[in-house]
Design a protein around this ligand. Structure first.
Ligand SMILES: C[S@@+](CC[C@H](N)C(=O)[O-])C[C@H]1O[C@@H](n2cnc3c(N)ncnc32)[C@H](O)[C@@H]1O
Length: 390
């Protein structure tokens, strides 16, 4: 990657998936990748930035850094923004925009107020250039700007996606307490499931873990067919974009190459919602949903991976009832899943004790602001099982 083509960028990631996110960015060609809090910084050329928008599964957003300038307060921010970019090229009054600000600087402690400063600088600049100004559009702007304040600097970035990348477009139905798609993809990545053994979710809800797992195994690019804000950038390279789209398309595997991917869901309405989502994702041939209590369901014969996001009491279910569910889950896993790997997302330590299994990995992640652990259990054959430890 030549120095002149180098772009500094940041991927905004779910908390706890920073390292997994770094690995994904690197695998897709990013350089100098370094984890930050809920984010990762990296370098890329334009082809790689396009590729990440099309193929990365873990980020919420990808921010392309356009300018950095010293900022000790309100006036610095206003003046710096006016000079930061060639606005004549990047923001014509016919375009709409939105501004988001993170971080603080002296006298700039409220992100809403800081964003107003940036907006004022932009529209004043436009009035000087054209005698007219852009409108702000918070929902579907043509240009989405992000300013980060901190350490005496302001960094101006462009958000290439427009809307959050976790919205893949297949999820019409919500189920109960659904996981965000990018978090689900990250959890699957952490299991190291390679798409060669069965994958089962015994409490599958709207099926997000299964869908993200299947899409990952099929190498289906989440961004193909989606409209991105970067397509409206002043330096958008249609040919390069097309090349990256073609490249993403040719990586895809055929659905018949996958092992069984199965979900159990006791609530018939939620099971139907999972089926709707699976259909919308084009995965009917890959994922089977069985309605019923997992206790009545059998697993595929050859060992694989169990993934599970059971209710944990913050949002649905009551703790005492849930204890019985976790006890059942532990017993079911020990009796039926010898030789399998179990990964369980827990937001409640006392409930996971009821599993009576000993976790070999505990990875902290945040699920919608709830502090959770992605727990790994290696399930041994009953004969070699040691005394249960909560
Ligand atoms: C937290 S939700 C799963 C959310 C899912 N990961 C998603 O993103 O949509 C837990 C699900 O487990 C289901 N469930 C609870 N007990 C069950 C049981 N014994 N057998 C099968 N499903 C069960 C609930 O109906 C609920 O839909």
């Amino acid at each position: 990657m030549g120095r002149e083509n180098r772009i500094s960028a940041v991927a905004v990631l779910p908390q706890g998936l920073e390292n997994a996110g770094c690995e994904e960015l690197q695998a897709l060609g990013a350089h100098d990748v370094r984890p930050l809090r809920r984010a990762a910084a990296f370098q890329a050329d334009m082809a790689c930035l396009y590729r990440l928008h099309l193929q990365a599964r873990l980020p919420f957003r990808l921010l392309r850094q356009m300018a950095r300038f010293p900022c000790q307060g309100r006036d610095d921010l206003y003046d710096g923004i006016r000079r930061a970019l060639n606005w004549e090229r990047w923001l014509h009054p016919s375009m709409t925009f939105r501004v988001d600000v993170t971080g603080t600087a002296p006298g700039l402690n409220h992100s809403h107020y800081s964003a107003l400063q940036v907006k004022n600088a932009l529209v004043d600049q436009q009035r000087d250039l054209w005698g007219e100004r852009s409108s702000v559009d918070l929902d579907d702007p043509d240009l989405s700007l992000q300013v980060h304040l901190g350490r005496g600097d302001a960094v101006l970035s462009l958000d290439g996606s427009g809307g959050s990348l976790h919205r893949r477009g297949y999820r019409a139905a919500m189920g109960a307490a659904p996981l965000k798609e990018n978090l689900a993809a990250g959890l699957i990545r952490l299991t190291e499931w390679d798409g060669s053994t069965p994958l089962v979710d015994p409490c599958c809800g709207s099926g997000i873990l299964l869908i993200e797992a299947a899409l990952t195994a099929l190498q289906q690019a989440p961004g193909l067919g989606r409209q991105f804000a970067l397509e409206g950038w002043a330096d958008f390279d249609q040919q390069l974009w097309q090349r990256e789209c073609d490249r993403a398309r040719t990586r895809q595997r055929e659905p018949h190459t996958l092992p069984p991917i199965v979900g159990f869901e006791q609530d018939p309405d939620i099971a139907d919602q999972a089926r709707d989502n699976i259909r919308a994702a084009g995965l009917e041939a890959c994922i089977t949903i069985r309605t019923g209590d997992f206790l009545d369901q059998s697993l595929p014969e050859s060992p694989g991976v169990l993934v599970c996001n059971p209710p944990y009491g913050h949002r649905i279910g009551d703790e005492q009832q849930l204890e019985a569910l976790y006890r059942d889950l532990g017993t079911y896993a020990k009796q039926n899943a010898a030789g399998w790997q179990l990964w369980l997302l827990s937001g409640n330590r006392s409930l996971t004790g009821a599993l009576r299994l000993k976790a070999s990995k505990r990875i902290p992640v945040s699920n919608g602001g709830i502090d959770c652990r992605w727990l790994h259990y290696g399930l041994r054959a009953p004969s070699s099982e040691q005394a249960a430890t909560p």
